[in-house]
Design a protein around this ligand. Structure first.
Ligand SMILES: C[S@@+](CC[C@H](N)C(=O)[O-])C[C@H]1O[C@@H](n2cnc3c(N)ncnc32)[C@H](O)[C@@H]1O
Ligand SMILES: Nc1nc2[nH]cc(C(=O)O)c2c(=O)[nH]1
Ligand code: SF4
Ligand SMILES: [Mg+2]
Length: 222
């Protein structure tokens, strides 16, 4: 089994619970969604140039970097054929921790084995601004653990209100990490903080994509 890898790089993770820590990124080709704001649409094109890599080649690359946090992203990593086998294989190395960046439309439960904290899902909830909200699989909320993260990617107050309703309904702050992440240049951080204050949203964190502050927002491989 080979995987369609469009990009590999080491950077600081710019998003999620390990934001600021080094991570080695494996970006897989193809996505089942088309979010209005996607900053990685190039990876979703049918004619994207990819490197066909086996799980052993991906593992060797990861080990060559000396970095132990692995981020599997894309595109949508969980629609890549055989990705469960890749995850299981990488986790046979007890030094590695894998974070899967997933779009919220794919059932995550079947990928979990007894990996504990070394496998975590960072799952988006894509609000109305994404134009993909109808694709969100709410059942995923019932399977989250303390190692996982829900990232509400928000573009306006309506998205924020929807996020609050879901946080309340599924008691998300009690079961996993919860982030609000602004769609780049679409909504002011201040608006999000005011919403958090007004609604007393304890245990929710605002995150801003660090890599878009450190590097140019269009830069690849960072
Ligand atoms: C490019 S996606 C790849 C993984 C997966 N397809 C997903 O959507 O989670 C990685 C992360 O970048 C976020 N993202 C993409 N474009 C963005 C933008 N313009 N502003 C803020 N976050 C963005 C996505 O919401 C997602 O959390
Ligand atoms: N530095 C950096 N951190 C990230 N965290 C998640 C990313 C992604 O595209 O999934 C990403 C990315 O593209 N770059
Ligand atoms: S799901 Fe992720 S990769 Fe796919 S279009 Fe949306 S942001 Fe981009
Ligand atoms: Mg990115």
């Amino acid at each position: 089994m080979n995987y369609k890898v469009v990009e590999t790089f080491v950077s600081i993770n710019g998003e999620g619970k390990k934001s600021g820590e080094l991570a080695v990124f494996i970006r897989l080709a193809g996505c089942n969604l088309r979010c209005s704001y996607c900053d990685t649409m190039w990876a979703n094109q049918d004619d994207v140039v990819f490197k066909s890599m086996s799980k052993e080649e991906i593992y060797d690359y990861i080990k060559s970097t000396g970095v132990t946090n692995v981020t599997l992203t894309g595109g949508e990593p969980l629609i890549q054929e055989g990705v469960g086998e890749l995850i299981d294989y990488l986790l046979t190395d007890e030094k590695l921790c894998i974070e899967v960046e997933t779009n919220g439309s794919v059932a995550i439960q079947k990928f979990r084995k007894n990996h504990g904290r070394r496998l975590s899902f960072t799952m988006d909830y894509k609000g109305s601004s994404s134009l993909m909200e109808e694709k969100m699989l709410l059942k995923n909320f019932e399977t989250l653990t303390e190692h996982d993260t829900v990232k509400f990617v928000v573009g306006n107050e309506y998205d924020l209100s929807k996020a609050k309703d879901l946080i309340d309904k599924y008691h998300l702050t009690e079961v996993c990490h919860v982030f609000f992440s602004p769609i780049y240049k679409e909504i002011e951080g201040e608006t999000i903080v005011e919403f958090m204050k007004t609604n007393k949203l304890n245990k929710v964190r605002l995150q801003i994509q660090l890599h878009k502050i450190i590097w140019s927002p269009e830069e690849r491989g960072v």
